[in-house]
Design a protein around this ligand. Structure first.
Ligand code: DOR
Ligand code: ZN
Length: 346
C-alpha cells in the first residue's frame, strides 16, 4: 500500500504553551490534527474553569487564517481544586479532562498533588459526571530509580486511587513500559492510555549512547528496548484502549541544550509520517486509523472527525524542517534517526 486515508487524527496529549511559543507551534499541530487535549502546565498553571476558557481563547486567536483546530481544554489538579468549579467547567463544555501531575514529577508540576486525600472530593465528582482524569504516571520518591517510576506509580498510586474511586475514568498518559501496557489490558473500559510518537521510536540507548542527546530527553524518560517493543505492539494492535497522545512539548533549543536541559520532544511537525513508518514496519498500517483517529474519540465519547487526512509513500525521503523558528527561539523537531518515506499529502 502506498497511500492511506484516515479520518483526520486527533492528538490526545499536547503542550502548546502560550505567547510567542504558542504562535510558533500551533500551526504545526493544526496542519494535521483536528483536535487536541491541551496540557495545562503553563506558568502559572491553568487551574480554574475561567483560566481554561481564557487560554482556549488565546489558542483560537493564535490560529492562522484558514486553519481549523479545536483545543480540548484541561484543568491542572491541585490540592485546592474546587469540585464545583470542575463540574461547572465540564457542564459548560469548557473542559474535557482534568490533569494530575504528582508534585515535582515534571515541567511546571510544583503545584501538583502531594496528598491524594486532599483531591478525593474532586475525583469523586469527576467519577460522578464521567469527566476523565489524565494522569502523569510517575512517582516522585527520590528513592525510586527514574526507570522504575512508572511501574511503582501503578502499584503505589494509580491502582489504589482507582480502587478508592469506582467509576473514575482515567487515561494513563504517555505510557513507557510493558508494565503500563499490561496494567491497561488487565483493567476495565474506564482505563485508557496514550502512547507518544517518540516512545515508539527511541529507547534509552538513543539518549545516552555515543554522547548525550538532549532532544531525546523527555519525561517519562524512554526505557529499555523491551519496553519500546511492548509499546509498539500495543499501539499497532488496534485495541481500543490505546490511542495517540504525542506529548509534543516544545522548549527553545537553549533550554534543551543546557547543563540542566528541559524534558520534552517536539513531534507535532512529523508525527503522522513517523507513525505511518512505524505501523507499516509492523505490517499493521491498517491499524493506524484506530490508534490515531478512532480510539481516542471513542474513549472521550466524542465523534470521529468527518474530514480526512491522506498519507502517501514515495521513493524519496520526506523532508521536514529541522527546527521551527518563532519569537520564543528555535525549537528542534524530533529526529527519528532514519529516513522516512511517508508524507501527508497537501
Ligand atoms: O517530557 C515532558 N515534557 N514530559 C512532561 O511530562 C512535560 C513536558 C513539558 O511540559 O515540557
Ligand atoms: Zn505532557
Amino acid at each position: 500500500m502506498t497511500q492511506i486515508t484516515l479520518p483526520r487524527p486527533d492528538d490526545w496529549h499536547l503542550h502548546l504553551r502560550d505567547g510567542a511559543m504558542l504562535e510558533a507551534v500551533l500551526p504545526e499541530s493544526a496542519r494535521h490534527f483536528a483536535r487536541a487535549i491541551i496540557m495545562p502546565n503553563l506558568v502559572p498553571p491553568v487551574v480554574t474553569g475561567a483560566q481554561a476558557a481564557a487560554y482556549r481563547e488565546r489558542i483560537l486567536a493564535g490560529l492562522p487564517a484558514g486553519m481549523r483546530f479545536t483545543p480540548l481544554m484541561t484543568l491542572y489538579l491541585t490540592e485546592e481544586t474546587d469540585p464545583a468549579d470542575v463540574a461547572a467547567a465540564a457542564a459548560a463544555g469548557i473542559v474535557t479532562a482534568v490533569k494530575l501531575y504528582p508534585a515535582g514529577a515534571t515541567t511546571n508540576s510544583a503545584s501538583g498533588v502531594r496528598d491524594f486525600d486532599k483531591v478525593r472530593g474532586v475525583l469523586e465528582k469527576m467519577a460522578e459526571i464521567g469527566l476523565p482524569l489524565c494522569v502523569h504516571g510517575e512517582v516522585t520518591d527520590p528513592a525510586v530509580d527514574i526507570f522504575d517510576r512508572e511501574a511503582v506509580f501503578i502499584e503505589r498510586v494509580l491502582d489504589p486511587v482507582r480502587r478508592a474511586t469506582p467509576g473514575l475514568r482515567v487515561v494513563m498518559e504517555h505510557i513507557t513500559t510493558k508494565d503500563g501496557v499490561d496494567y491497561v489490558r488487565s483493567q476495565g473500559e474506564d482505563l485508557g492510555a496514550t502512547i507518544t510518537t517518540h516512545h515508539l521510536i527511541i529507547n534509552r540507548n538513543h539518549i545516552l549512547v555515543g554522547g548525550i542527546k538532549p532532544h531525546y530527553y523527555c519525561l517519562p524518560v524512554a526505557k529499555r528496548e523491551s519496553h519500546r517493543l511492548a509499546l509498539v505492539e500495543a499501539a499497532t494492535s488496534g485495541e481500543a484502549r490505546f490511542f495517540l497522545g504525542t506529548d509534543s512539548a516544545p522548549h527553545a533549543d537553549p533550554a534543551k541544550e543546557s547543563a540542566c536541559g528541559c524534558a520534552g520532544c517536539f513531534t507535532a511537525t512529523n508525527t503522522m509520517p513517523l507513525l505511518a513508518h512505524v505501523f507499516e514496519a509492523e505490517g499493521r498500517l491498517a491499524n493506524l486509523e484506530a490508534f490515531a483517529s478512532r480510539n481516542g474519540p471513542a474513549f472521550y465519547r466524542l465523534p470521529v472527525n468527518s474530514e480526512t487526512l491522506t498519507l502517501e509513500k514515495t521513493d524519496t525521503a520526506t523532508h521536514w524542517p529541522a527546527k521551527i523558528f518563532g519569537g520564543a527561539g528555535p525549537v528542534t523537531v524530533f529526529d527519528p534517526g532514519f529516513p522516512v518515506f511517508w508524507h501527508v499529502t497537501p
